[in-house]
Design a protein around this ligand. Structure first.
Ligand SMILES: [Fe+2]
Length: 383
């Protein structure tokens, strides 16, 4: 471990139409963006008072694929844009504040996840102290946690945000730009992920997502937000996101992780999001997914909403004619890679391990419930 580290917290005001980070001038009003960086810094930049543009600074070494501190220690040449080998990340939303909530967090730790991305809707009690202490009790005070805003987090969002920013400041090597949990892009252990408030807070999300993905050179990219389109969950949620954000992620070759509906569901590979007539472009094997940047690109969509607050039904009247699901898990059923099973319903998280089997472009995902049953399992190839 290298001893030298830095922490820079910059407040910048960006124009209301976007966030290219061109103007670091601090003036009252408008949207506030926070850039937080922690970690080793062999290059000597940025300093604590760099005066540079936060976005430019944070993105500066992404092309290398390996942030400072993540370089291989075995002398191997780093692969451009790769994550660290076997990087396991947990994704879950809709947590609540009960025993199930705690058990899902304990599971995340037990499975060996290196960090957690919370997909919105935290404790449902508007109690940031309670939520933060629940994370600390079950994961530890320094466990790396990132989050996107959910609709239940809006009333106390400024205080949730403070908790999240305090956690972020302790995450060595994490580089994030933008407005926390609403229009934020992060880079950690070689994974690039966008935490968006699309459908919940803010505007201009699809443009932001598109621009951020266009700038990034990482192999693995994730779009994470809370809400859904009806066709992209298996309950009775409405169309609350719009298709452009999904399409931006699809064409950027980024996987989409959401919450909001209190069940689990995961599509096949999709290349026609928004086109229900063509089944949103679903194709390929249930358990072998392909991510590809292009026009159109390829993605897949997951709802990981079994964080503890409740479990809802699969709504047959709305989804029996859906042709794009590989797997789903609700109170009234379980489909695993196209096969109906009789697994008892339960809570759990989604885990994705990037850069597996010595292949930087291969990943493996699974959903496991807190009883230890593997609910879903798949491989992902990045083209
Ligand atoms: Fe929600």
């Amino acid at each position: 471990m290298r001893a030298r580290s830095y922490f820079a917290l910059s407040v910048m005001v960006v124009g209301c139409s976007g966030s290219t980070g061109e103007d670091p001038t601090v003036t009252p009003g408008d949207e506030t963006s926070v850039t937080t960086e922690t970690g080793d810094n062999d290059t000597g930049t940025p300093s604590e008072d760099s005066g540079g543009t936060p976005s430019d600074t944070a993105m500066a070494d992404e092309g290398s694929g390996l942030p400072d501190g993540d370089a291989p220690t075995d002398g191997a040449m780093p692969v451009s844009g790769a994550t660290i080998p076997n990087l396991k990340v947990a994704f879950v939303g809709d947590q609540g504040a009960n025993t199930n909530t705690a058990n899902v967090l304990k599971q995340i730790k037990a499975e060996g996840a290196q960090f957690l991305v919370i997909l919105g809707d935290f404790d449902y009690r508007d109690d940031p102290d309670l939520w933060d202490s629940t994370l600390t009790a079950n994961l530890g005070a320094d466990f790396p946690v990132f989050a996107a805003i959910g609709n239940h987090d809006e009333p106390e969002w400024p205080n949730y945000k403070k908790k999240l920013e305090a956690r972020l400041a302790k995450i060595t090597g994490a580089k994030c730009t933008g407005e926390y949990g609403v229009k934020m892009s992060c880079y950690y252990h070689g994974l690039f992920f966008i935490l968006s408030g699309v459908g919940t807070m803010g505007t201009g999300h699809d443009t932001y997502i598109k621009d951020q993905l266009a700038m990034d050179k990482s192999i693995w990219r994730v779009c994470a937000w809370h809400k859904n389109q009806t066709d992209m969950q298996v309950g009775d949620k409405g169309n609350e996101v719009g298709w452009p954000a999904y399409q931006a992620c699809q064409n950027g070759g980024a996987m989409v992780m959401t919450g909001h509906e209190h069940s689990y569901s995961r599509t096949k590979t999709l290349n026609g999001l928004g086109n229900a007539t063509m089944g949103h472009g679903a194709f390929g094997d249930f358990a072998s997914l392909v991510l590809k940047t292009g026009a159109p690109g390829n993605t897949f969509v997951t709802v990981s909403g079994l964080g503890g607050v409740g479990i809802r039904d699969y709504v047959a009247s709305k989804h029996d004619d859906d042709t794009w699901w590989a797997s789903w898990y609700a109170i009234n059923g379980h489909l695993k890679n196209g096969k109906k099973l009789t697994t008892a319903s339960g809570y759990g998280a989604t885990f994705v391990t990037y850069n597996v089997d010595g292949d930087p472009k291969k990943a493996r995902g699974y959903m496991k419930n807190i009883a230890g049953v593997e609910i879903d399992s798949y491989e992902i190839r990045r083209e």
